[in-house]
Design a protein around this ligand. Sequence first.
Ligand SMILES: [Cu+2]
Length: 386
Amino acid sequence: MASYHAASPYRSVPAERPSGSGVLLSIVALFLGIAVAILTIVAVVLVKTADDARDEAKLAAGTTNNPAHSAESSGAVSLPLQSFAGAVPENAQALAKAHSAYEATLPPVPAGDHVKVQMTLKDMVVEVAPGVKYNTWAFDGHGAPGPIVHVREGQTVEMTLTNGGAIPHSIDFHAARIAPDVAFKDVAPGESFTFRFVANDPGVFMYHCGTKPVLAHIANGMYGAIVVEPKAALPPADREYVLVASEWYLTSDGIEEAASLDMAKARATQPDWTTFNGYANQYVTHPLTSKPGETVRFWVVAAGPTLDTNFHIVGTIFDRAWVNGDMTRFQSGVQTVGVPAGGGAVFDVKIDEPGLYPFVSHAFAHVDLGQVGLLKVGEPKGAPTH
Ligand SMILES: [Cu+2]
């Protein structure tokens, strides 16, 4: 029969009387223990300091308005990034009403063979949504987009860019066939530069600052549209509107203080707002208008910097869509047309029935972030559906 010794895990060891060498060993062990404890504390402090430094670097990458700085720490950004999507002050509705919407109506073509375009770049704070302030680099002091340029095929465009900002900028016209290293060169602060091109290709084109990093310059609002009217007249339109789609990447909600560009979010394509003509939902509050039976033409550019826009008008179908801005042919009866970042397209709709017809990017995340407006046909009674 086997017997078991009941062994307690907490069994106490009988006390031993220490000998002389035992005392010495105990003292050495005590000092070793203290040394290990001190080293451990030092190590913990060092790791904490390194972590803090890394956090600061991330913060700097996120909040700096200096793209060169944030570019240095490009590898140090971890996802997810903080979103300020939809963050507006309580009085947003009143602010949206008070906001004066970007004039989307296509201006007339200037007379003559030679069209002078003058833009003075300015660093300025604009609103990109109700009560949401942002530090832009703005073409011609209008905020984003820059002014609509409208010329006729064959006219010479003489572009003068004056740099009233703090860093070099440039202007790149997609409508031009010209050596970019000459015409689209950087213009130093305080200086002006003029170049000319003949607008031989009809369509709607993007223009933008092409100074490096281009992502930062476009994201900060340096873009706009140039419409080159074809020589051979298009089918008549009763009203013509220009829409420039773009997105914004914010370092803060921009409510107390103006936000700046978050390069990490721009690289990750995580926008806080997406807009038509630079301000979220502005044509929901201030609809574009037409009368029943009129043909309305939309000249649409997707400025990005990165996102396309999937142009669609709820409640109708495009009668004509000059896809990708190819003015030599149009498609009929199409519902949604992708306009790529850096591209353009032209759309005709004839709507007979009075109502509120939302125009959207049918990538609905972007409707949620503000890329939606209304075409008010006649004097409708209802409320918008989208
Ligand atoms: Cu620029």
